[in-house]
Design a protein around this ligand. Structure first.
Ligand code: FAD
Length: 277
């Protein structure tokens, strides 16, 4: 196993260009150190990215709130900018892991690791967050809802890194929101089901609704068919059987040591009903 420690992004691009394969990044290390410790990455080239200044900080740029990918969960929770404009994030990530893990774990790492249970994903998905991906040839933007294509599979190419996460500063204006992570306990728990929701009601009708779930498919995702069904409806027009049928098409819960698939389906349905009804 080899370690590299770039001082800035240019340095990072130089190093990654010279390595042919088995490249892994170490940001906060809370996921990857577990793999290193268990000898799962013996041939790995580990690039320590925690020094890259271009990936740090939370700030406002025009109408966007920008999070460097190295932002830790503790920094996010404590940020006055986030509390002011995007309290959905600061309020609901309070119980992420434990206080100790929060000081190391980065949001870029949570996104890149891509676990279906990762806490931040459903929130970023309903907020339509954009990821800025940096590579030697330049940067490009990809919406978080288009970033995954399989279990822990994302669209990063070799030598690319998540640089920033950008969210519209006014994403929460005039909307009601919902977030619930259901686990065995409140903290230090892996989600069995997570639902995040954002809804705008006009004249008693749902004008816009964004719903995203975690732990119910091979990666977290929005529920576009359900969103389409609910849009334009009043509470009274929502048909429970129809809701169930659509949900069954959009989620594929599994049974594992944490819970049964039937339980996961029912909990998800109940959370959606709690939010929309
Ligand atoms: C005790 C414990 C409790 C936990 N509890 C929770 C929890 O409650 N909820 C939850 O969601 N997770 C939890 N986790 C998992 C973990 O803390 C998070 O996934 C964390 O956000 C990972 O970030 P990191 O900086 O530590 O990533 P690292 O371990 O440094 O990296 C993880 C992966 O992401 C890649 N990567 C990192 N940064 C970037 C980047 N900027 N661009 C591209 N790729 C990148 C790396 O190559 C690596 O493959 C827990 C972990 C532990 C050990």
């Amino acid at each position: 196993m080899k370690f590299f420690k770039p001082a800035n992004l240019n340095d990072f691009f130089e190093i990654t260009a010279k390595i042919k394969k088995n490249i892994y990044f170490l940001a906060g290390g809370t996921d990857i150190n577990v793999q290193i410790k268990n000898n799962l990455l013996s041939e790995a080239n580990i690039i320590f990215i925690n020094n890259l200044p271009e990936l740090k900080g939370i700030y406002q740029e025009n109408d966007q709130i920008v999070f460097g990918a190295l932002t830790t969960f503790r920094e996010l929770i404590n940020s006055s900018l986030v509390k002011k404009h995007l309290p959905l994030l600061s309020d609901n990530l309070q119980n992420f892991a434990s206080p100790l893990i929060q000081t190391s774990a980065t949001i870029g790492g949570n996104i890149a690791n891509g676990s279906p249970t990762a806490d931040i994903m459903p929130l970023l998905m309903i907020l339509d967050a954009n990821l800025i991906i940096a590579g030697k040839a330049g940067s490009h933007q990809i919406n978080i809802n288009d970033f995954y294509h399989g279990y822990k599979q994302n669209k990063l190419n070799k030598g690319e890194v998540i640089k920033e996460i950008r969210i519209n500063r006014d994403a929460l204006t005039d909307v009601s929101t919902f977030y619930q992570k259901v686990g065995a306990r409140k903290t230090l728990t892996i989600a069995k089901v997570t639902l995040a929701g954002l809804m705008k009601i006009t004249h008693g009708k749902i004008e816009q609704i964004n719903l995203a779930v975690g732990s119910l498919n091979e990666y977290a995702r929005r529920l576009p068919q359900l969103e389409a069904y609910l849009t334009g409806k009043t509470k009274q027009q929502i048909n429970l059987e129809k809701l169930k049928t659509i949900l069954a098409k959009e989620i594929t819960p599994i049974s594992d040591l944490r819970s049964e698939k039937e339980y996961r389906f029912s909990v998800c349905l109940n959370l959606i009903r709690t939010f929309v009804e």
